[in-house]
Design a binder for this molecule. Structure first.
Ligand code: ATP
Ligand code: MG
Length: 430
């Protein structure tokens, strides 16, 4: 026997019980995004490799070691499975000259690919919801992006998240800080780990983001970028904080929050939880004013964030998420040829009226079909036997108690509608 094939390590199947929760989540997310005026975008999963090298930065974890890159065997093009969406989104915005029409509020969602060591909350195929606001320079849009996060946690009844905030200033300010940082790190060269020594000259800011516990006190005492911010950057940062204060959103300034991607400037933020273990960042983002120009567009400011869907769903579950399994309104049981033909007609008529109908397929006795009807979770079984078929009628059997009744197939949709309204009234609805 040949060996059974398995999914690629770190890439997960999402089976129906879980995928139904994803569907509910995505509906909540779509209506949340609409309420802020964001419009959908869909970009390819595969992009030219140079896009990510240029946008994310050569000396980042993602570009150095996490990308799934390959050469197109037909034409030799260097391609990469997207590790994130911002670069693709900005590429598309430039390519289609979307900023000619004014600022754009955009979102996308879908799988991203990074060759990391798989563990809880860290996968090789994972999903992000990306939200980008392009063409807007002020602190108001940074604040809006942050308020959006707070509203989503509220919509999902998640309360175990906190907001961390920092400012990365401008390129000049970062350069001055970088000088001081390199001096400091050089003076403490012996205390650095291998990664730190390697990054000392290529990307010293990233050393501040180290996860190595032995380096914590060293990086805590390092020169802070915030002390190098000029007046304009400081005013921007303070204006963002003012909106958050006005909205009653608590935050902590974390001077070591530098983000793993090179394109950020000024405001950066992360929404973090303590209830998921080490992989606690559920949403991260910030301003990236240089990226549009860096990718060949006319200079334009921009800011955005990405939500890690697997992590938010895990948090939602931990907060008591209770989406119910989807059940049909009715299960259609039928025995005999004439009954089968009437059953098809009845099922289609009901669906045309908006009902969810599960039609029994595969034959079997009334008894075995009724078992399936019970197991389906439907409120009602609709029965069609030879008698009913001959009379053009359907027997309607409530599966959670109540009288069975026989109705003409032509009146079935009306009767079901009345029953549904009745159930909603009993449940305290309309
Ligand atoms: P981390 O520090 O956890 O590696 P990151 O800085 O690489 O995160 P971003 O590139 O900012 O993450 O991506 C935004 C969000 O996407 C993260 O906050 C996280 O929620 C999620 N995410 C990133 N990488 C993964 C992954 N490999 N598996 C699952 N979710 C991920
Ligand atoms: Mg990472």
């Amino acid at each position: 026997m040949s060996q059974t094939l398995q999914a690629v390590r770190g890439m997960n199947d999402i089976l129906p019980d879980e995928a139904e929760t994803w569907d509910v989540f995505e509906e909540i997310v779509r209506s949340w995004l609409r309420s802020y005026g964001y419009r959908p975008m869909r970009m390819p999963l595969v992009e030219p490799t140079p896009l990510f090298k240029r946008a994310i930065g050569e000396v980042t974890d993602i570009v150095e070691k996490e990308m799934y890159s390959f050469v197109d065997s037909l034409n030799g093009d260097e391609l990469t499975l997207r590790p994130e969406g911002t670069a693709s989104c900005v590429r598309a915005v430039i390519q289609h000259k979307m900023l000619h029409a004014g600022p754009q509020r955009l979102y996308y969602h879908g799988p991203m690919y990074r060759h990391e060591r798989p563990q809880k909350g860290r996968y090789r195929q994972f999903h992000q919801i990306g939200v980008e606001a392009l063409g807007l320079a002020g602190p108001d849009i940074d604040a809006e992006l942050i308020l959006m996060g707070a509203r989503l946690w509220d919509d999902l009844a998640i309360d175990d998240v906190r907001l961390e905030l920092n400012s990365l200033g401008s390129a000049d300010e970062r350069a001055r800080h970088r000088g001081a940082l390199v001096d400091y790190l050089q003076a403490h060269h012996d205390g650095l780990d291998e990664d730190g020594r390697r990054r000392l000259h290529s990307n010293p800011l990233r050393i501040l983001d180290t996860k190595n516990p032995e380096l914590q006190s060293l990086v805590e005492a390092a020169p802070k970028l915030i002390d190098f911010l000029g007046e304009a950057s400081m005013a921007h940062f303070e204006a963002v904080q003012q909106v958050l204060k006005d909205a009653g959103i608590p935050f902590a300034i974390n001077p070591r929050l530098v983000r793993g991607l090179d394109y950020y400037n000024r405001t950066v933020f992360e929404w973090v939880t303590d209830s998921l273990g080490a992989q606690g960042t559920v949403c991260a983002g910030g301003r990236y004013d240089g990226l549009v120009e860096q990718l060949g567009g006319k200079p334009a400011p921009a800011a955005g964030f990405a939500i890690g869907v697997e992590r938010v769903l895990a948090l939602w579950r931990a907060s008591g998420e209770t989406t119910e399994r989807m059940v049909p309104d009715a299960y259609l049981v039928h025995v005999g040829d004439a009954a089968g033909r009437l059953a098809f007609r009845v099922a289609e008529d009901l669906r045309a009226c908006g009902f969810d109908v599960l039609m029994h397929c595969g034959g079997g006795s009334f008894k075995s079909q009724m078992k399936k009807a019970d197991g389906s979770g439907a409120e009602l079984a609709l029965l069609i036997g030879e008698d009913e078929a001959a009379a053009g009628e359907v027997s309607l059997k409530p599966l959670r108690g109540g009288e069975q009744q026989r109705i003409s197939a032509d009146r079935l949709a009306d009767v079901l509608m009345d029953r549904l309204l009745q159930v909603e009234e009993d449940d305290g609805g309309i």
